[in-house]
Design a protein around this ligand. Sequence first.
Ligand SMILES: Nc1ncnc2c1ncn2[C@@H]1O[C@H](COP(=O)(O)OP(=O)(O)OP(=O)(O)O)[C@@H](O)[C@H]1O
Length: 467
Amino acid sequence: MSRILIVEDEAIIRSALRRLLERHDYRVEEAGSVAEAMALDPQRFDLVISDLRLPGEPGTELITRVAPVAVLIMTSYASMRSAVDALKLGAVDYVAKPFDHDELLETVARVLHQQGSLQATPPAIADPGGQARPMIGNCEAMQRVYARISKTAPADVTVLIQGESGTGKELVARALHQQSKRAKASLICVNCAAIPETLIESELFGHEKGAFTGASAARTGLVEAADGGTLFLDEIGELPLDAQARLLRVLQEGEIRKIGSVETRHVDVRLIAATHRDLQALSKTGEFRLDLYYRLNVMQIDLPPLREREDDVLQIADALLDKACRRHERGGLRLSRAARDEIRHYPWPGNVRELENALERGVILAEGHLIHPDDLGLTAASGAPPMTRRPAPPQEAPAVDKTASVDSAPADDLSLEDYFQHFVLENQDHMSETELAQKLGISRKSLWERRQRLGIPRKKSSRRKVD
Ligand SMILES: Nc1ncnc2c1ncn2[C@@H]1O[C@H](COP(=O)(O)OP(=O)(O)OP(=O)(O)O)[C@@H](O)[C@H]1O
C-alpha cells in the first residue's frame, strides 16, 4: 500500500483529501507545515502532496528536502504561475485547487507509477461510465500483477491473462489498455463464451452480403472496429477452431478477411486475451491451436484466486460493500464480526464476482445495521459446493422441455436458482456448454450470465466436449 504525506495548513482540505485517498487504499499521514512534515521522517513516504503556500516555509522547500521522494504541489487556479515555478524547482506535478477527485486520483496513481515507488500501486481503471476506480488489494501476488501491468501496458505486445472466473481479468485488460499508447482509441471487449458458436466468426471478422443465409447486408466485424485500439477477447478458450485460424492470421499478418470475401484488409489491433482454462492442455486435445497459443502468450499475467490473496479479501469486501450500500441507498451497514470471519475463510470459488454478489445479497437482506453470515447466504445460494456424488450420466439429467426456458422448469421443493445451480453442477463435467444450455432451454449467453450472477464458475478440470 503506497504511503502519502499531505502537507496542508487548512484542516478541512487536509482531512477531505485524507479521506479521499484512504478510500482508495492509500496509507495517509498529515502535516500542517514544512517543519511538521520534516518531523515525520518524510522519506518513509512514497509521495508528498503539499500546498504551495504554508505558514513558514513554502511547500516547494520540500522538493529538495524530501528527495528522492516525489512532491506533488497543490495550488489555486489564481497562482498558476507559481505552479509552473514549482515544476521548474523539481516538483513532479501540480494539481489546481479546488481539485476534481478523479483527476487528483489519476495524477497520484500516475506519479506513483512513474516514480516506480517501492510498491507497485493498483492501477486506477476508468469504468465504462468514465469513473476512475483503482483495483483493490495489495497482497504480494497482486503487487506482482500491478508491476506486470505497468511494464507490459506500454509495450504494445499481445497479452494472455490467466485466472479463475471472476478474478478481475477484464479489469486487468482495461488497465492495460488505459496505460497503453492506444488509450485514446477504442477498447472492444468480446466474451467468446457468450456468443453462439455459429455467430462468433461473423461477429469478430464481419461478413459480406449474402455470405450465408440471413446475411442480408454486409457487416463490419469487431476486430475491424478495434482498428487502432485494443481488442479484448475474454474466454478465448471457447473460440471455435475456424475462428482461431482467422485470428491467427490477424496476429501473423495484421490482416482480416470478412466471411464471404476474397479481399483482405490491414488492421492494427493490439490483442489482449483471457482464459480460465489451460490452453496448452486444450491444444493437446486438439481444441486449441498450439501456434495461436504461442502467438498469444507473448506476455502472460496470472491473476491469483481470491482465496490466495490473504487479507485483501476483507479490503475488497469493504470496498464492494460500500458500493452496494450506495447502490441500494443503505448507508451505514457494516459486516458483523462473524460475517467478516466467514468472508475471510470461505474459499470463494467464484472469486471477486461471487464476493460482490454475496455482499449485494447481504445489503438487501440485512435487517439492522449489521450484515450477518446468514444474510450473505454463502452456503445456500452462492458458491460451487464440492460435488459429493458422481455426476449423473446425461440420460439421467432432469427432463426439461427443450423449448421451455429454465424459468418455467418445474422443481418441486427447489427454487429456480437452486434448480439451475444443481443441474449445472451435476452435469457440467460431461456436457459442453451448448448441451447444458440446450437441456435447460436457454441460450449459451443466458447460461453464461446465470453462471456469473450465481457465482458458478466452470470447473477448471472439466474437459470441454467439442460441440
Ligand atoms: N481487485 C479488484 N478490485 C475491485 N473489484 C474487482 C477486483 N477484481 C475483480 N473485481 C470486480 O469483480 C467482478 C469480476 O471481475 P472481472 O469481470 O474483471 O473478472 P473476470 O476474471 O474477467 O471474470 P470472467 O472470467 O468470469 O469473465 C467485476 O465486477 C470487477 O469489477
